[in-house]
Design a protein around this ligand. Structure first.
Ligand SMILES: *Cc1c(COP(=O)(O)O)cnc(C)c1O
Length: 373
């Protein structure tokens, strides 16, 4: 009772200031106090410090880290803040290097965000449903309540219902656009309502943004201090086995992410390799173009197969399709050595299979097998 009264008062104060701000600047900036949202132990954390980086460029003899001094390529600990790699990413993404945190896939920042902001058995997370399952798994691992809010029947986002699920203990909202497994984009106005209506952390997972016709939410970082945008090298960049993901956020948030992550989470092989790969942005774009063409060709061919009841619109490198019996089709495809993703048991996805767009040959193989079922 006391909590919720306090929450309502603070919400009123926030709206009041936002109103004044919008009058004076005509800009709907949402600047929230991040430290207030952070768990107390994390706020007070004295992070592990790698002393070497305070003396970068000053010292030339490094006897501080008990490394093997032999001059082989990987005898030194890697840069814990990956400065060279971030400088390159910052240019491509048009953000400040300090707004980037790099993780072992985007799965690492997903887990870190929950650990930084959500007190186990006390705070909660609100997320759209269906969506990427890792948010739920990480919440469960961390003993944090995970509140699912169903999408509309057409898989669109209902900001009002998301905000209704929020209470004084909600620290994080997870959104995903284009969404996995529904393949669609979340409407900009609905997302804006959530950005403007929630004084906490809003995660926008953009794993499939390279395939989308809409721009990234990265542009909004400076206007919404609680926004975290996740992107990854695992999909369009073709580097899933490298395990490198990006979290973009205000310096306040990246500071906490960097303090809580393992100091040397991104090894030097990965830092160098991803840095090299960034020079081939043109190749990535060529792949994206090819996959988008293939997606349309595949959708066209699937549409002609009577077994396929529905193909959902896609802004990603996969198609969600509906069949009469997803388990049956899935198993029959397996027996023909084709693996797709069975989403039959996911909410709102009864009868659905998620099909990654492959090469022209692979897609053709799939289509031929489906025709014979
Ligand atoms: C594939 C995917 C990711 C990528 O995770 P990584 O750990 O970076 O490989 C993140 N979010 C969504 C929604 C995905 O589908």
């Amino acid at each position: 009772m006391v909590e919720s009264a306090k929450y309502k008062t603070s919400k009123f104060v926030l709206y009041f200031f936002r109103f004044i701000l919008s009058l004076s600047t005509n800009c709907y900036c949402v600047m929230i106090d991040i430290s207030r949202l952070v768990r107390e132990n994390i706020r007070n954390l004295k992070p592990y410090s790698c002393a070497r980086y305070e003396f970068e460029g000053v010292a030339s003899v490094f006897l501080d880290a008990n490394e093997n001094p032999m001059n082989v390529p990987y005898n030194r600990y890697p840069d814990p803040l990956q400065k060279e790699l971030k400088a390159k990413i910052a240019k491509i993404k048009n953000v400040r290097p300090s707004q980037i945190m790099l993780g072992v896939g985007s799965d690492e920042p997903i887990d870190l965000i929950i650990r930084i902001f959500c007190e186990p058995e006390e705070d909660n997370i609100v997320a759209m449903d269906p969506t990427y399952n890792m948010y739920n798994v990480c919440a469960d691992i961390n003993c944090v309540e995970y509140r699912k809010v169903l999408l509309n029947d057409d898989y669109s986002l209902d900001a009002k219902r998301i905000l209704e699920a929020v209470d004084g203990k909600t620290k994080v909202i997870f959104l995903c656009s284009p969404n996995n497994p529904t393949a669609n984009l979340m409407d900009r106005n609905e997302v804006m309502k959530i950005l403007n209506g929630f004084e906490g952390i809003i995660v926008m997972d953009e794993a499939y943004i390279d395939f989308s016709s809409q721009p990234s939410w990265l542009k909004m970082l400076d206007e919404h201090s609680g926004l975290i945008v996740l992107q990854t090298f695992s999909k369009a960049w073709g580097l899933a086995s490298v395990r490198c993901g990006m979290a973009f956020a205000s310096e306040h948030i990246t500071g906490y992410l960097n303090n809580v992550k393992y100091p040397y989470n991104i090894n030097m092989l990965t830092q160098k390799f991803v840095s090299e790969q960034l020079d081939y942005e043109g190749r990535k774009e060529k792949w994206v173009k090819m996959l988008l063409e293939q997606r349309e060709i595949l959708a066209g061919k699937l549409a002609a197969i009577p077994l396929i009841e529905k193909i959902y619109p896609s802004e990603a490198n996969f198609l969600l399709v509906k069949v009469p019996d997803a388990n049956d089709v899935y198993n029959k495809l397996i027996s023909r050595s084709i693996v797709v993703r069975n989403r039959n048991n996911i909410s709102m996805c009864l009868g659905c299979l998620r099909i990654t767009v492959g090469t022209a040959e692979e897609n053709e193989t799939l289509v031929n097998e489906l025709k014979q079922l």
